[in-house]
Design a protein around this ligand. Structure first.
Ligand code: ZN
Length: 411
C-alpha cells in the first residue's frame, strides 16, 4: 500500500471535548503513523484533500441485525440461509457507505445455521465489501421468550430453532455451541420485547440461576455478554448476573439506571427504534413508514410514557452510553446515523453521542485499535461536511470513508 496523506480541514480524535483544528494524517499499511499540522508530502505519497471537511474516527454501531428486516411475519422466517446471507451482505455495504466501519451484530436471524459468521468471513476474505463485523451469534431465548418466533408459524410446522434454551444445562450447551460456531459475544433475551408476538417487554426472560449460568459459561470462554432488556426487574437481574452491556434498557427505573452506572455496565439505548417510536406511536402514518409490526404498535402504545421518561433519566445519568441502532428491526432504507439526532433530541449532548459511536463503543467492544485516531491506531476514518458539535445532522452526510487504510467511499 502507498503512503497516504490526508489533509483534514478540522479533526476530532474520538475523545476530546471539541474538534482540534486542522491536521494532516499520515497512514502506512492501514495504520496511522502521524497526526500533526503540515506534514511534508513525501515522494510517491497519495494525497487526499479533505480541507473542507471534518475528519473523525470511523463510526461503530454496537447493535444491528444484518440478517433481519422489519417484516417480522411468518414468511420472513421461512427464507433460506442463502437469502439471509444476501441481506447481510447488503447491510454491511450500507453500513460502510454511511460511515460505520465496524458493527456488532446482536442476533443472527438464521435459526438453523450460522449465516452472520459466513458473511463476516466473506468480508474478511475480501470477497464482498462491507463494515468490519463483530458477531454475537444468535440471541439465546427461553421457549416462549423474545426470540422464540415459532408462534408465528403453524403448530404443524417443524419449529426447531438453534437459539432456544431452558434451564442451566441446556443454556450451557447452547452457549458452547454458539462459541464453536464463531460467537465473539453471547447475546440473550433477558426480557420480553416489543417486536415479538408472544411476550411482553416487562416479562423476565430467564431465572436468576439461568442468567448466572449463562454468564459463567460465557466467561469461561472469555466471551462478554450482551442482554436484550426492557423491563426494570429483568434489567436489575441481568446487571447483577454480570452482563457487560444492557441493550435497549428502555424501561429501567431511575434506581436501576444508578445500579448500571455503579457497576460500570454499558447501555446501548437504540433510541431511534425505541423512544422515537413511542413518541409517534399514536400516528397510523408513522407505523406504515416504520414497517407496521402489529405487536410493536400495540405494546408501544401501552408503554410509551415509561419509554419517554426513561430516555430523560438516561440523559441525566453518567452511564457509559454506546451507540446502537437496531437496524434490521429498523428498515435498512434508514441511515443509522439518524440515531445521533435522536440521542441529542432526548437530551444527550452531541459530544456524548459522538463518543458513544467512537471511543466508548470501542471500549465496550474491547477493541483498542479502533474508535479513536492517534498514531498506532487502525486507519478507520470518515469525513463529514460540517461540525457535528454544532449541527449533529451532518453525521447523516458522511462524504468520505476509509477502512483500515483503504478508501471505501472516495472524497
Ligand atoms: Zn436488536
Amino acid at each position: 500500500m502507498p503512503v497516504t496523506l490526508i489533509h483534514a480541514g478540522t479533526f476530532w480524535d474520538g475523545v476530546s471535548d471539541a474538534p482540534l483544528g486542522p491536521r494532516d494524517i499520515r497512514i502506512e499499511d492501514g495504520v496511522i503513523k502521524e497526526i500533526i499540522e503540515n506534514i511534508p508530502v513525501s515522494k510517491g505519497a497519495e494525497e487526499i484533500d479533505l480541507r473542507d471537511r471534518m475528519v473523525m474516527p470511523g463510526l461503530i454501531d454496537c447493535h444491528v441485525h444484518i440478517t433481519l428486516r422489519p417484516e417480522m411475519t411468518g414468511s420472513f422466517w421461512s427464507h433460506s440461509a442463502g437469502y439471509k446471507a444476501l441481506l447481510g451482505a447488503q447491510a454491511l455495504q450500507s453500513h460502510l457507505t454511511n460511515g460505520f466501519t465496524t458493527v456488532r451484530d446482536c442476533g443472527d436471524m438464521d435459526f438453523h445455521g450460522y449465516t452472520v459468521r459466513d458473511v463476516k468471513r466473506a468480508v474478511e476474505q475480501g470477497l464482498i465489501p462491507g463494515a468490519r463485523l463483530i458477531n454475537s451469534g444468535h440471541m439465546l431465548s427461553a421457549r416462549s421468550g423474545h426470540m422464540d418466533v415459532t408462534s408465528l408459524l403453524s403448530p404443524d410446522c417443524n419449529g426447531w430453532q438453534n437459539n432456544l434454551a431452558d434451564g442451566p444445562a441446556e443454556i450451557q450447551r447452547v452457549v458452547r455451541e454458539e462459541i464453536k460456531w464463531g460467537a465473539e459475544w453471547i447475546k440473550f433475551a433477558a426480557s420480553g420485547g416489543f417486536s415479538s408476538p408472544a411476550d411482553d417487554p416487562v416479562d423476565v426472560g430467564y431465572t436468576r440461576e439461568e442468567m448466572e449460568s449463562l454468564v459463567a459459561t460465557a466467561t469461561q470462554y472469555h466471551r462478554p455478554v450482551a442482554a436484550h432488556l426492557h423491563g426494570d426487574e429483568a434489567v436489575r437481574m441481568a446487571v447483577l448476573a454480570g452482563v457487560r452491556s444492557v441493550e435497549h434498557g428502555a424501561m429501567a427505573s431511575k434506581e436501576t439506571l444508578r445500579l448500571i452506572e455503579e457497576k460500570g455496565v454499558f447501555l446501548v439505548p437504540t433510541q431511534y427504534a425505541g423512544v422515537r417510536s413511542a413518541r409517534f406511536c399514536d400516528s397510523e402514518e408513522f407505523w406504515i413508514s416504520a414497517g407496521n409490526n402489529p405487536y410493536e404498535k400495540l405494546k408501544m402504545r401501552m408503554y410509551k410514557d415509561v419509554l419517554i421518561e426513561n430516555a430523560r433519566n438516561l440523559a441525566e445519568s453518567n452511564i457509559k452510553i454506546a451507540f446502537g441502532t437496531d437496524l434490521g428491526i429498523l428498515s435498512y432504507r434508514v441511515n443509522g446515523a439518524v440515531e445521533f439526532s435522536e440521542m441529542v433530541a432526548n437530551g444527550i449532548s452531541p459530544v456524548r453521542a459522538l463518543r458513544a459511536a467512537t471511543s466508548v463503543a470501542a471500549e465496550l467492544l474491547m477493541k483498542d485499535d479502533i474508535g479513536t485516531l492517534a498514531p498506532g491506531k487502525c486507519a478507520d476514518l470518515i469525513a463529514v461536511p460540517g461540525n457535528p458539535f454544532e449541527d449533529i445532522t451532518v453525521m447523516e452526510k458522511v462524504s468520505f470513508v476509509m477502512k483500515a487504510g483503504i478508501v471505501c467511499k472516495p472524497a
